[in-house]
Ligand binder design. Structure first.
Ligand code: PBG
Length: 330
């Protein structure tokens, strides 16, 4: 073969980087943190090696570790001191997220995103108030419009505590519009909404549900989260959220849904976030523990692939370790 086009010419050291198409930087990453109002010390999360439930008193120290690793943004999940049918601790002024957010914004430079959902706060573990028949009739779960009223209160309480961004994750119809209105009415028109616009009813959330104690007590979330079989419906969800005022569109999970990330990034003029979820993290760790995969290489390749698919930012449990590796150039 002579005058053939030879792509290998550009794969030489010194040239490869120059023609690299995708760039992954620490500032693309958001680190999830679990703040636990019931904890008095850090408690490791077994199915998510390297992650812990952190007491409110340790939150600032934990965020400083994340910032030192080069990650500037955290997303907070709360484990409340008590749960009830409505999830009232989700909008309590002295709730776990409200206290943690006040401390972080007062004492660090980190950007704080708050996950806005009720599943960690309700005693039944669903992402809203239940329909009357929910426990006896498996086709009934969350009462949509009643839940919107609660999400409005949660959004305002997060903003009052100083959240830089709120991220509604409940897949309740109309949640973005309701939250946008509530924030605007309360004078928080500058607080962006990063919507979990396209969130699938996925089996990859298992380790998270242990970590955040947010598994539903009965049934599952298929009546509000999306069917993994559906691609066109992702466009419909994203369209609605844009119309309702979403500033950032999230797709979740990430690796099994790269086609959807691509669709949303090509179809909408909003930044796209991808959530590289707990199960994606846990399975790589498990394989690495067995010596079957190289942990850091697989983590980096995963995040690069998510960006290549079209994500602008990535929520990932690998944020700290990958940021550290990117900045030390190893
Ligand atoms: C709450 C929420 C969940 C996740 C993020 N926000 C759990 C769920 O929907 O069941 C999962 C994140 C992960 O698996 O890393 N609604």
């Amino acid at each position: 073969m002579d005058r053939t086009d030879r792509p290998r010419r550009l794969r030489r050291d010194g040239l490869r980087e120059l023609v690299s198409e995708t760039d992954l930087k620490p500032s693309d990453l958001i680190a999830p943190l679990f703040v636990d109002a019931t904890a008095t010390e850090r408690v490791p999360i077994e199915s998510m090696p390297g992650h812990e439930r952190v007491p409110i008193s340790e939150t600032v120290a934990r965020v400083e570790e994340v910032v030192d690793a080069g990650v500037e943004t955290v997303i907070l999940f709360g484990i409340p001191a008590s749960k009830d049918p409505e999830g009232t601790r989700a909008w309590a002024d002295d709730g776990v997220i409200q206290r943690a957010t006040r401390a972080i914004t007062a004492e660090t430079d980190a950007t704080v995103v708050t996950d806005l959902c009720l599943c960690e706060y309700t005693d039944h573990g669903h992402c809203g108030v239940l329909e009357d028949e929910a426990e006896s009739d498996p086709t009934m779960t969350v009462a949509n419009d009643e839940t919107l009223d609660l999400l409005r209160k949660v959004a305002v309480s997060h903003a009052e505590a100083g959240a830089d961004v709120v991220a509604p994750s409940g897949m309740i119809d109309g949640m973005v519009g309701a939250i946008r209105d509530a924030l605007d009415d309360a004078g928080f028109d500058d607080v962006p909404v990063m919507s979990y616009a396209v969130k699938y009813a996925s089996a990859f959330y298992g380790p998270f549900r242990d970590a955040a104690d947010g598994a539903p007590a009965f049934g599952d979330r298929r009546h509000y989260q999306m069917d993994p079989a559906n691609r066109r419906e992702a466009r419909r969800e994203a369209t609605l959220d844009v119309e309702e005022g979403a500033d950032v569109l999230m797709v979740k999970p990430a690796l099994p849904y790269l086609d959807v990330i691509r669709d949303v990034s090509e179809g909408f003029d909003r930044p796209v976030a991808a959530y590289n979820v707990s199960g994606e993290y846990a399975m790589i760790h498990a394989a690495a523990e067995k010596g079957w995969l190289e942990l850091e290489d697989v983590a980096l390749e995963s995040l690069l692939s998510i960006k290549r698919a079209g994500a602008d930012l990535i929520v990932t449990y690998f944020a700290e370790s990958v940021a550290d590796r990117l900045s030390t150039g190893r």
